[in-house]
Each structure stands twice: as structure tokens, then as C-alpha cells.
Design a protein around this ligand. Structure first.
Ligand SMILES: C[S@@+](CC[C@H](N)C(=O)[O-])C[C@H]1O[C@@H](n2cnc3c(N)ncnc32)[C@H](O)[C@@H]1O
Length: 385
């Protein structure tokens, strides 16, 4: 192949690895526009060489690796869209840096042991293993909490004896939102710390519902932003003290970046009606965790996102923005109470839940507004001097 007449395109042909890495390093970004690629090695190379990567929406394996705005850009397969994306990266180094950071986090979880686990579970499924994923039921009947006395004690003040960041208003709000739901389902949390929210979720469960929780626990070296400090022993003590029975709870030590929605559906045995997203507070982890919640949520289920508007965790807002702007997102926000932002996947349910959030509370400012075109009921404790 000859160089193009403009002199601005250079075809290198085969290059040895060292030259290839140098070429990556000299680039503003890497464009991998292949059609229906079976894996997507170029993306891994770009992440490894810390360059932002652009792929096309018909890229097959390439698009399985890249989440738009999180660890790369996914664009329409047209010269104009690709050129626009290159232009964006040339003019917005901050965006480039954040995609590189997202790429670094994504790359960290692509390991041979992980590939082996995925392969083993697919092979077992193909062989008809009993634990293989079966289609979880789409909906469950609504149930009343199985341990009402323990739930009332916890809401009346028990939650204050567990280390955490929840004030009384979000605790009561979660109980009221749960009561307003029309369908049953399991409950889940990513990021448990000592269990302040998780215990509440577990106590809201009906007799056939389970509480599934994921945290890094002892693997705190992977807690890249230092949000909270999971402690499984302390959590188990707190669960027992609050009267949560062992068989109500499924705990896994896991980095949520390695959590597949299907895995959660399988271990829970069905869809999730209340999902607390409170793990890593970076943009990439937040977008990932919202994706897991979105893919596993029951119809009318509620996602409780921590710190989306916190001045000290700006990454959460960025991650929420990136995910809510993603074409595959089905979540709509409907309100905020203190540090918790609430989202659901059904417009009619959102309307019902907003009426729950209109509760007047002493010292609270209550406002109606909108976010991404969705009506919001927002309230925050506001000390007026
Ligand atoms: C803010 S704390 C959670 C607070 C908790 N929800 C509560 O109610 O008290 C954040 C937790 O997320 C965990 N974490 C941080 N990054 C994580 C990740 N990538 N995957 C899973 N858990 C993570 C930390 O170990 C920590 O326990």
C-alpha cells in the first residue's frame, strides 16, 4: 500500500512490538473502527499504552469492552462521527485523561483467572450443571417485611449504632419507598462498609426475598479512591445484633468491576427491587455499578445512588452523568433526599415514588425540579440561621 496523496496518512505495515508501543505513545488517541471484531485486542493495547480509544457501534467485541464515555468513545460507523470524536479528544485533554483512567480500571480486571472463571461457568452451563443460570422470574409478588419488630427497632435508632453515613430521613424514606412498591423482589448493595444500609435492606425483605451484598472487604488495596472500608467480620456482628437471620443474606467479596449482572440474578434467584449503589466513588466504578443495577432491576425497582451531588466525591456525579447519557440506560432519576439519589425504570412508578418524597420534615428544604428531563422531588437538611 502506498502513502496517500495528501501525505498525511502513513501506512506502516507490520511493525515490531517496540515500534508499535512508540506509535501508540506518539498518538493523541487510537481509532479501532473494525466491523464486528471477535475480541478487541486493539482496545486492550490502547488501554495498556494509556491512550483514549475510539470504536464504532458495529464493532462487535470492541463494543463489549468499551463503554461510551467511561473507558473510550463509541461512535456511529461513519467518517464524520469518527472525525468528530478525534476532534473532541484533540481539544479536550481532560476527557482523554478520564477515558485513560477508565481504561486502566477496565484493564485491571481482565485477567486469566477471570477468563477461566467465565469459561468454566459457560462450560458448566453447556453441560447442564445444576447451578447454571436459569431465566430468573420476571416478577415476584409483593411481600411484607418478615421481621417487622426488628425493622422498627432499626429505624427507630438501631441504625445509629452502626458506623455509616445515613441520616434518619433517608432511612425512613427507604422504608416508605419499599412500602410503595407494587412488586416483590430481592435487595442488593454494592459497597457495604459495616452494613448500615445493608441491614436496613435485609430487614425490608419479605419471607422469600434475600439480601445480596458485594464489597472488596479484605481486598482494600483495590479500593482505589478510599471510599469507606469494608469489614466482613464487623458486618456479620452488626447483622446478628440487628436480628437479621443468616439465611436472608448472601455476601460476596468482589470488586464490582468484575460483577456480571447474570451472576447477581443467578445467586439472588430473581430480580432486584431495591439496589443500593455505594461502592467505589470514581466515575468509572459508578457508571459500571449503575449498569449492573439497571440490568438486574425488577420493573419499578429502585436504585439508591450515594453521593451523586457530593462536593467531595465529584466522580460519582460524573459517572451518573455518563451512565444516564448512555443509549442503553433505562434508569430515570426521580428524587434526592440528603446524600441519596433515587432512580427507577418505569415512568408510572416514578410518579408514585415522588409522592413519597414529598414528605415534609423539620429543618428540610423541599423543592421540585427536574434532571435529564425527569421530574424530581429534592430535599435536604438545611439549617437556616
Ligand atoms: C461508602 S462505603 C459504603 C457505605 C455503606 N453502604 C453504608 O451504608 O454504610 C464504600 C464501600 O465500598 C467498598 N468498595 C470500594 N470500591 C469497591 C469496588 N470496586 N467494588 C466493591 N466494593 C467497593 C468499600 O470497601 C466500602 O466498604
Amino acid at each position: 500500500v502506498h502513502n496517500d496523496p495528501s501525505g498525511r496518512v502513513r501506512f506502516h505495515g507490520h511493525v515490531p512490538e517496540r515500534d508499535r508501543n512508540r506509535l501508540y505513545n506518539e498518538s493523541v488517541c487510537v481509532v479501532a473502527p473494525a466491523l464486528n471484531e471477535d475480541y478487541g485486542l486493539t482496545v486492550l493495547e490502547a488501554w495498556q499504552q494509556e491512550r483514549p480509544v475510539i470504536v464504532c457501534s458495529d464493532g462487535g467485541g470492541l463494543t463489549e469492552l468499551v463503554t461510551d464515555g467511561v473507558n473510550g468513545l463509541v461512535v456511529e460507523p461513519t467518517p464524520f462521527a469518527i472525525a468528530q470524536a478525534v476532534d473532541r479528544l484533540c481539544n479536550d485533554p481532560v476527557l482523554g485523561d478520564s477515558l485513560v483512567e477508565g481504561g486502566r480500571e477496565s484493564l485491571a480486571v481482565i485477567t486469566w483467572p477471570g477468563a477461566l472463571d467465565a469459561f468454566e461457568s459457560m462450560a458448566l452451563t453447556a453441560a447442564g450443571d445444576h447451578d447454571s443460570p436459569t431465566a430468573p422470574p420476571l416478577s415476584m409478588m409483593k411481600q411484607v417485611p418478615a421481621q417487622l419488630a426488628e425493622l422498627n427497632d432499626y429505624i427507630a435508632g438501631g441504625f445509629d449504632r452502626v458506623s455509616g453515613w445515613m441520616a434518619a430521613a433517608p432511612v425512613q424514606t427507604l422504608r416508605d419507598l419499599s412500602a410503595a412498591q407494587e412488586q416483590g423482589g430481592h435487595v442488593a448493595e454494592i459497597g457495604i462498609h459495616h452494613g448500615q444500609t445493608f441491614i436496613l435492606l435485609a430487614l425490608l425483605c419479605g419471607p422469600d426475598e434475600v439480601a445480596v451484598g458485594f464489597d472488596l472487604f479484605e481486598n482494600q488495596t483495590e479500593n482505589i479512591d478510599g471510599s469507606g472500608l469494608g469489614d466482613r467480620e464487623q458486618l456479620e456482628q452488626n447483622l446478628a445484633a440487628a436480628g437479621v437471620p443468616d439465611n436472608r443474606v448472601i455476601l460476596e467479596t468482589k470488586n464490582s468491576l468484575r460483577l456480571e449482572p447474570d451472576h447477581l440474578l443467578r445467586i439472588a434467584g430473581g430480580r432486584i427491587r431495591l439496589f443500593s449503589v455505594d461502592g467505589g466513588h470514581t466515575a468509572a466504578v459508578t457508571a459500571n455499578d449503575l449498569w449492573v443495577a439497571d440490568r438486574t432491576l425488577a420493573k419499578g425497582g429502585i436504585v439508591i445512588l450515594d453521593d451523586a451531588f457530593s462536593p467531595v466525591w465529584p466522580g460519582v456525579g460524573e459517572g451518573m452523568h455518563n451512565y444516564l447519557r448512555h443509549w442503553s440506560c433505562e434508569l430515570i432519576p426521580f428524587g434526592v433526599v440528603d446524600n441519596k439519589t433515587y432512580l427507577t425504570n418505569a415512568v408510572s412508578a416514578a410518579e408514585k415514588y415522588r409522592s413519597v418524597l414529598r414528605t415534609e420534615r423539620d429543618g428540610y428544604q423541599l423543592r421540585e425540579d427536574e434532571l435529564y428531563g425527569s421530574p424530581m422531588v429534592c430535599s435536604k437538611y438545611t439549617r437556616i440561621l
